[in-house]
Design a protein around this ligand. Structure first.
Ligand code: AMP
Ligand code: MN
Ligand code: MN
Ligand code: MN
Length: 274
């Protein structure tokens, strides 16, 4: 059983790499990819834990990308975290996060919520990787919203006080860094991006022209209809199909590790190239 998208405490997951891998093994996952946001620091511990648990660990990363006015995520699978290009690229992406966190906190301050920078930092294990999920945990802790979905909707998405514009990596950079490290670039959770069909097709063509090889067809945030839809897009555009839960921790994710349906008929799995 393959689960090729997950997060640990090295980014915005709740479980250490060790506990994440142990949970995946318990739940019957045989091949797990750790894909922390803009960060590969958890891979070494994850590999050690996977050897112990007798499962296979795929080195991965999830890179934040700005494409036109959209934020997209590009997963790299079977990357080499020691690749100098990849390491330098990710360091550059992470370096923008501190200043962004300050701007998010300033926005929340204007909405009457004090102390969110310190609050978010207290929820982040990796000081270079303070993100919206950490702000979300603080806001829930302080009673500003009941759950993750609610807090994002009320405070952390477009037009809300804790949402700030930010320039991430370009799609070209993300694909090039992944490929330079020997990895496969896969477009993450495409059903989450709010755009019309024409725009989607441009996104898929751009990604393919730059060297992208796969799209996530089965992911925790897709509906059953989206599994079928993105299976059709994958076939039409010649992409390999990936599957991953995008697990962040108990109580915070749509799907648990390994709780994934099969890829739709006719999809070529990305793991056929492993
Ligand atoms: P950031 O990279 O700091 O913008 O944070 C992005 C992360 O926030 C994603 O990887 C998810 O973990 C989380 N996230 C974004 N939107 C939502 C949402 N609507 N509900 C729950 N979590 C979300
Ligand atoms: Mn996340
Ligand atoms: Mn993502
Ligand atoms: Mn993710």
């Amino acid at each position: 059983m393959f689960d090729l998208h997950s997060h640990s405490t090295y980014s915005d997951g709740l479980l250490t790499p060790q506990r994440l891998v142990a949970r995946a093994a318990e739940r019957g996952v045989t091949v797990l990819a750790l894909t922390d946001h803009d960060e590969t620091g958890g891979l070494e511990a994850a590999h050690a834990a996977a050897r112990e648990a007798g499962i296979e660990l795929v080195s991965g990363v999830e890179i934040s990308v700005t494409w036109h006015d959209h934020t997209l995520h590009v997963v790299g699978l079977q990357i080499d975290p020691c690749s100098p290009q990849l390491a330098a690229g990710l360091a550059q992406v992470r370096s923008g996060r501190s200043e962004r966190a300050e701007r998010i906190a300033a926005g929340l301050e204007q909405a009457g919520i004090a102390g969110s920078l310190e609050g978010a930092r207290a929820h982040a294990t990796n000081p270079e990787l303070v993100g919206r999920t950490h702000f979300a945990r603080y806001l829930i802790e302080r009673g500003h919203a009941r759950d993750t979905q609610g807090v994002f909707k009320k405070y952390l998405t477009g037009g809300k006080p804790g949402h700030v514009p930010h320039q991430w990596a370009s799609m070209e950079q993300a694909v090039n860094w992944i490929r330079a490290s020997g990895g496969m670039p896969v477009l993450a959770h495409p059903g989450r991006y709010k755009m019309d069909n024409a725009r989607r097709e441009v996104m898929l063509e751009n990604f393919r022209d730059l060297g992208g090889v796969g799209v996530e067809v089965v992911t925790g945030s897709h509906t059953r209809e989206q599994f079928a839809l993105w299976g059709r897009y994958a076939r039409r555009f010649g992409f390999l199909a990936s599957a991953g839960s995008d697990y962040h921790g108990p109580g915070e994710s749509y799907r648990d590790l390994g709780a994934l349906p099969d890829l739709p008929q006719g999809c070529m799995p990305v793991w056929s190239q492993f």
